[in-house]
Design a protein around this ligand. Sequence first.
Ligand code: NAD
Length: 499
Amino acid sequence: MKAGDAGAKRQAAWLSPVRPFVDGQAVPSSGELVLRPVNPSTGAALRTVPAGVAADADLAVASARRTVDGGAWSRAAPGERKAVLDRWAQLIAGDSAALDAADAVEMGKPVRLAAFNARAAAGLVRFNAEAVDKCFGAVLPSDHPSTVVQMRMPRGVVAAITPWNFPTYNAVLKVAPALAAGNCVVLKPSELASESAFRLAKLALEAGLPPGAFNVVPGRGETVGRALAEHMDVDMVTFTGSSKVGKLMLQAAGASNMKAVLTECGGKSPHIVFDDGLDLDLVAANIAATLSANTGQICSVGSRLLVQDTIEEVLTHKIVACLQAIRPGDPLDPETTYGPLASQAQLDRVMRYLDAADQDGADLVHGGERILEDAGGYFVQPAVFVNVPPDSRIAREEIFGPVLAVLSFKDADEAIRLAKDTPYGLAAYVWTSRMDVGFQVSKALQTAITVVNGQAQGTLGAGFGYSGEPAGLSGRGVEGGVAGLESYTRRQTVWFNHG
Ligand code: NAD
């Protein structure tokens, strides 16, 4: 057997035929057009995926609506919902190797990377299972002859539209709270990486979720995604992806039935590093690790380094030294720390920004070269630029790749001004040994999350309890924690006049 045949067998082992999953079973797409996604590590064709048509979305929405109206899930006792979700979490944890492998084959995330992997997704489901009976309404103060009760009701049919960057985790981030709140869901995963969505739906069925409570429709954004966003019988659309498409979600809701919209979009998050005594080796290791994790394809990646001018050179050197230690290769190999970009389109995008950085006058001090080209995949070295003009494209626009723009500042005021000089408001990382500086800078920024001295625990430890609300082009609405679960409920007041 040739090496190529072995590789093809290895990738095929993690994939299954992709078809809409409606009412608890696979059904054919109503459309004939197909997409041909490739393995980004090798450029080899994976298998065909339906391009999808609006009729596929209609079928799934009708199934979700019937299930909502039937009440088997939406009116189930909280304890029952909790038990099913808890079983789902166990099944996801048990299947985590296959889920991680599917994501690795489809979009290049190394199986070694623990952040936002399938085990973390299982933890997130468990959190939402435990939160089912911790999301409650209120009895309001009222005059004696009345009692006013404010309840939290499921919204009904929730359409979830997700990106390719952490396919398993991002799907669960939407579906778990939506189900925990009693909704029925139609998930449209990214056309680049849809395998894990089907595995998750089948596991949910096995856990005892009623058929029709979690449907999956594969296909393109412009077909299935758009049909869901514009659908008159969808009560909420929950979206993660680019700011450009996030805006379309708001427009589609306005042009259809004014459905509720939750959007989590792009970012241009800064690391802000002060020269006040922190261990710069630790800071550099952290910045390099997150820039290279998932090949920089993380919405909250620190892609701008704002550093106090006195330590700019030394910190930049240390970061470059850490980046030289990446181990690029096959994402299925547990030794690989650095995978490819997810697609030809992502590669083209990153290469365009590397050119733009050059045109805008920034100086490349590390990386930016294609690597492992013989393997046929979309590998590019992490890149670090210094002397970056604050108004240049790499300083202001989301690249969604492993590119770091270094800018220097003199004092906290200048750091804050630079940090706020983008249209985004997703995350920020402040590095300082002074508590007052940490609070001063954090409070001045508009972000969903600001982390002082480290990365967010994120998917580890107690990290599931936090909620965030992005600002600007990073989206709108609350995701995460109990408040994030509440986003999937509607407040409804019942006013009893009982005399
Ligand atoms: P994308 O916006 O291109 O696609 C996201 C999803 O929307 C996909 O399922 C796609 O098929 C669908 N879509 C595309 N066009 C559509 C349309 N016209 N109507 C309806 N649906 C449509 O984003 P992507 O390239 O898949 O992912 C990268 C982006 O996601 C980055 O901008 C990144 O910052 C963002 N992201 C944000 C978060 C967060 O939590 N803020 C997390 C992960 C990724």
